[in-house]
Write a protein that binds this ligand. Structure first.
Ligand code: GLA
Length: 341
């Protein structure tokens, strides 16, 4: 049996695929996969608490993507991608239990992939695990995601936030202060159009890099040299967001929660105006959160286009105010691990 948490991103969104910085927490919420290999079987069969239909994938499924794309139900594509990459020696039977909301921006799919990979017997360090599951994500849905989700889920540490360098894949830890808590609130809008718009943003960042080189090394002065105003704004978000992650890590580590909150608010504005990945429902929620007494800061979290907002506040402030809306108190937890074998 293996468990992998979900993750919430505190700051640093749309920076990972240019090798930038992000700061995230692994959650107490996550996915548990129980699995028993059966040497007589050629099929990997999984049932799930959050899906009606069973996923059933042949051990020998092709890894070029076409056989995976043809799998049904939809969630079995994740299983197909993991099986194609791991090629387990036999089939087997398992079950999946998750308490992560799906499509909320808390990485339910990466959480499932990491738990499944471990349950199927993969043993490797957290970076190899993250890389493998990023490939699975690409293979499953042709979704060109960065490595933020997988790296955060592989590397979580109880009571700590993580600074994730998505270029070097180094992770450093900041003890989460007792004087604050992280609340996640759903905007009420699922992330439907995310994949197309996400790929477009990636391409725009790549276009900026053709002009000024790697964004993770660029300054705002470099960004000013980009000729196309839209590409310039996209790059300005990435470059300024990397700087905010650094400042946020220092503020959180030094207990300056006011400063940390201001950086979160600035991050939201940058994501909404320069990167244009917010929606009216998310803006409204974030703007309201920012006005609540005792909230240090709030922003959209994850890819955007719906999903959740995240707020940093004094403990106990938001719980009662969020009644009637899906919300979760984030308790920084450990990374993906084997529960027993
Ligand atoms: C999604 C992707 C990540 C990252 C975020 C935005 O969660 O899977 O790789 O790009 O969006 O920060």
């Amino acid at each position: 049996m293996a468990f992998a948490p979900g993750r919430v991103n505190l700051i640093g969104d749309h920076t990972d695929y240019t090798g930038g910085l992000a700061m995230a927490l692994a959650l107490q919420l996550g996915t548990e996969v129980s699995y028993r290999a059966d040497p007589a079987s050629e099929l990997i069969e999984l049932s799930s608490s959050s899906e009606d239909e069973v996923a059933c994938v042949p051990r020998s499924i092709g890894s070029d993507g076409s056989e995976i794309a043809a799998l049904s139900p939809r969630w079995s594509r994740y299983v197909g991608a993991v099986v194609a990459l791991l090629r387990p020696e036999s089939g087997g039977v398992g079950s999946v239990v998750s308490d992560l909301p799906i499509g909320a921006g808390l990485s339910s799919s990466a959480s499932f992939e990491l738990a499944l990979v471990l349950a199927l017997g993969y043993r490797g360090d957290s970076v190899s695990l993250a890389r493998l599951c990023q490939r699975a994500e690409h293979l499953a849905f042709d979704a060109p995601t960065g490595i933020l989700d997988q790296l955060a889920i592989a590397s979580g540490r109880e009571g700590h936030a993580m600074v994730l360098d998505c270029g070097s894949l180094e992770v450093s830890y900041v003890a989460f202060p007792d004087e604050a808590e992280v609340m996640i609130a759903h905007s009420g809008v699922g992330r439907t159009v995310a994949t197309t718009a996400y790929s477009e943003r990636r391409q725009q960042c790549a276009a900026a890099e053709v002009e000024i080189g790697p964004l993770r090394l660029a300054s705002l002065a470099d960004v000013g040299k980009i000729s196309d105003p839209l590409i310039r704004r996209r790059a300005r978000h990435v470059v300024s967001e990397n700087a905010r992650v650094r400042d946020f890590a220092a503020a959180l580590g030094g207990g300056d929660l006011q400063a940390a909150g201001v950086l979160m608010n600035e991050s939201h504005t940058s994501l909404a105006r320069d990167f244009e990945v917010s929606l009216p429902a998310l803006d409204e929620l974030v703007e309201w959160l920012q006005t609540v007494e005792g909230v240090f800061g709030a922003r959209l979290s994850g890819a955007g286009f719906g999903g959740c907002a995240v707020a940093l506040s004094r403990p106990g402030i938001l719980q009662s105010q969020l009644e009637g809306r899906d919300h979760w108190l984030a308790q920084p937890g450990s990374g993906a691990h084997i529960r027993y074998s």
